[in-house]
Design a protein around this ligand. Structure first.
Ligand code: NAG
Ligand code: NAG
Ligand code: NAG
Ligand code: CU
Ligand code: ZN
Length: 218
């Protein structure tokens, strides 16, 4: 009897912790602004980053207005330093010290989010998923800079000398610091390897202990 009780308890522990994981989304936001242009336009908007659990992909929603039509390089830069405007945000966030690339390339900076393609309305509202950036762990993008460029990022494939460093995307037309936007920070920041991983190993451990106990009580 006790045996079944303990096994049931272990099963619940596993399922309950999995359910809990899904309620623990971590969100970050960057409010982007740029200098007022000669034609009185100004880039403004919000970029939100959502990660449903440690170690999972990050969903990025970009809502901007006042952008000139065309493709614009879009990156995470290494610093959240606005002391000299967008210029003080440093280079692309690149903890692996590799070459610049595109979001779907094997070799890329962590911060390489590619291009935003803006239509003639000057506004954009898109959501996509990136498999490299993270809101958790040692390499979190929280606290770093989010930068929109004047020109198209060549994704490291151009013939310009800066292609493998910056994608030759020109000046910085808007930027903002990525900050925490979650109410429930119980699980934040996750340990490296992810709290998800930690929870699953704890669940497995619980099952093993439960089976062991159940056997001893037989
Ligand atoms: C950014 O968020 C603020 C606050 O929710 C909102 O007022 C503003 O319209 C948003 N901007 C864009 C371009 O979506
Ligand atoms: C431009 O894109 C915006 C947002 O992505 C969309 O709402 C709008 O309808 C588009 N306008 C045109 C002219 O395609
Ligand atoms: C580099 O690319 C530019 C723009 O695409 C082109 O005009 C130029 O001829 C290219 N230069 C070389 C050396 O390939
Ligand atoms: Cu950039
Ligand atoms: Zn880069």
């Amino acid at each position: 009897m006790l045996r079944y009780l303990v096994v049931a308890l272990a099963l619940c522990a596993t399922i309950c912790s999995a359910a809990q994981a899904r309620n623990n989304a971590i969100q970050a936001i960057a409010y982007l602004t740029g200098p007022v242009q000669a034609d009185n336009s100004q880039v403004k908007g919000n970029v939100t980053f959502t990660q449903n659990d440690c170690g999972q992909n990050v969903h990025v929603r970009i809502q901007l207005e006042g952008v000139k039509e065309g493709k614009h390089g879009f990156h995470i830069h290494e610093k959240g330093d606005l002391s000299n405007g967008c210029a003080s945000m440093g280079g692309h966030y690149n903890p692996d010290k590799v070459d610049h690339g595109g979001p779907h390339h094997e070799v890329r900076h962590v911060g390489d989010l590619g291009n935003l393609e803006v239509n003639s309305s000057g506004t954009i509202d898109i959501t996509y998923t990136d498999t490299v950036i993270s809101l958790t762990g040692k390499r979190t993008i929280i606290g770093r800079g989010c930068v929109l460029h004047e020109l198209e990022d060549d994704l490291g494939q151009g013939n310009h000398t800066d292609s493998k460093k910056t994608g030759n995307a020109g000046g910085r037309i808007a930027c903002g610091v990525i900050g925490v936007n979650s109410e429930d920070l119980e699980e934040w920041p996750c340990r490296d390897g992810g709290a998800g991983a930690l929870r699953s190993s704890l669940s497995i451990l619980t099952v093993i202990v439960a089976i062991f106990l159940a056997r001893n009580h037989n």
